[in-house]
Design a binder for this molecule. Structure first.
Ligand code: ZN
Length: 454
């Protein structure tokens, strides 16, 4: 048995029974957390790591990212959602080859590990062929990240005689191929979910089909919501009436959902993902965070698009929190003429959104999301002795408000170190970076060669 002990660190367990330890030890045995407490005696062969001046937290869970766009970093940063549909989905997405998907997914996932993300929800909706899909899955597996691969359909402009993407049911045969082939192990590091169109982007028939497919195969069905008029107005009511809305349903950018509908969804255990920066940038409206908290539930948080912004999940959580405090403060001024007497959202909330809540969204709250004995050993070590972090008065504040990429010293996934001493443990990283750069350049050249603006 392989044993690793992190000794004398500040531990933020995110497990309510364990709480925070101002000085504590974390013991990992093989792929699992074995113990978390102030002091642990261990056998001689244990690898002991000095955690003095470090903060240990659970690995982060990025609830929504289109990792296939990594090679187009920053390219879409000035686009509204409407431009993004036209220039990305109907444009650049159509010139991706499987190798482009592979290298983007691999490097994008490695970058997530570097940032402290141990579970990535890769919302992949550029799967025109099984080869593209297999390339994405291969990229995730090679990266070593824990991932939920959410399989989705591409959104090109239809060629003459072809149906519009909103009329195309999720391809059952392809999902079954994945479940019996590359993603057959439901307890593996990479598992399957469905990135469906949902009633906002598909016809009612397609939405009904896709919801039923997900339920039959016991897969999470995640969908974008909002951003322009719905393809099927009143679609949610019909899905609710059919009994198809429940805990396996995940809504991304639910900002425009009316109160009454949101109430019903919350009651039924639907999960919600916000991507705060991108929602504000592209035109999705204000994140739904506060409306969820008011109803007693929490959001999960995702990056969305590296073609727009950085893959930094701490920043995303920080933006979601700050944005909601700003909205709450403004509301209070409007109602009572003054700011609230105390803050409306404690910082620990933001850390929950990117740890325990992400685990719950994936239905994996018993396996990941907190430093709890018996759970899988996904954790992050932050160097709190760094210039920008010391002294630590409130470790949660240090983590949520001040930690940056430079402070993420080590990352463990499934009991194995993926980053140590500030460096990713990855062979051939330079070559992978070069391949990503070549891929990104070629995609832009190809679309321009077709006489279309990239
Ligand atoms: Zn998205």
């Amino acid at each position: 048995m392989r044993r690793t002990l992190i000794r004398s660190a500040i531990v933020i367990s995110m497990d309510d029974a364990i709480g925070d330890l101002s000085t504590g030890d974390v013991l990992v045995e093989d792929s699992r957390i074995a113990d978390v407490r102030p002091s642990i005696e261990v056998a001689a062969e244990t690898e002991v790591i000095d955690g003095t001046g470090r903060i240990v937290i659970p690995g982060l869970i990025n609830a929504h990212m289109h990792t296939w766009q990594t090679g187009l970093r920053g390219f879409a940063a000035n686009w509204t959602l409407l431009e993004y549909f036209r220039r990305m989905h109907a444009g650049l997405a159509t010139v991706f080859r499987p190798d482009d998907i592979y290298i983007a997914t691999l490097v994008g996932a490695l970058n997530q590990i570097n940032y402290g993300v141990t579970t990535l929800v890769d919302w992949c909706h550029n799967n025109p062929t099984p080869d593209h899909t297999d390339a994405a899955v291969r990229g995730l597996i090679e990266s070593g990240i824990r991932a939920a691969f959410f399989h989705g359909s591409p959104k090109p402009e239809p060629k003459p005689g072809e149906p519009h993407f909103s009329e195309v049911p999720h391809p059952r045969r392809e999902v079954e191929r994945l479940l019996t082939g590359p993603l057959a192990d439901r307890d593996g590091l990479v598992t399957l979910g469905l990135a469906i169109l949902g009633p906002h982007y598909s016809t009612l028939d397609v939405a009904m089909h896709d919801f039923r497919l997900a339920r039959e195969l016991n897969l999470i069905a995640s969908m974008h919501q909002g951003g322009g008029p719905a393809k099927t107005p009143g679609g949610w009511e019909k899905l609710l009436a059919a009994g198809l809305v429940g805990p396996g349903i995940n809504i991304v950018h639910g900002n425009d959902l009316p109160d009454e509908l949101l109430d019903r969804m919350v009651d039924l255990g639907v999960s919600f993902s916000v991507t705060p920066e991108n929602e504000m940038i592209q035109g999705h409206g204000f994140p739904i965070t506060g409306r969820l908290l008011k109803r007693g539930v929490r959001p999960t948080v995702g990056i969305d698009l590296e073609s727009v912004l950085a893959g930094d999940l701490f920043s995303a959580a920080r933006v979601a929190l700050s944005m909601q405090r700003a909205l709450d403060n403004a509301e209070s001024r409007k109602v009572s003429g003054t700011i609230p007497a105390t803050t409306t959202i404690p910082l620990r909330e933001a850390l929950r959104w990117i740890t325990t809540e992400g685990a719950r969204m994936l239905g994996r709250e018993r396996q990941i999301g907190s430093l709890t004995p018996g759970k899988l050993a996904d954790l992050v070590v932050i160097n709190a002795s760094d210039l920008n972090l010391l002294p630590v008065h409130d470790p949660v504040a240090t983590v949520v408000m001040q930690t940056s990429l430079a402070n993420i010293e080590a990352v463990m996934i499934n009991g194995a170190w993926k980053k140590r001493n500030g460096r990713l443990l990855c062979d051939g990283l330079e070559e992978k970076k070069q391949l990503l750069a070549q891929s990104g350049r070629r995609l832009v050249q190809d679309i321009e060669r077709q006489g279309r603006a990239a």
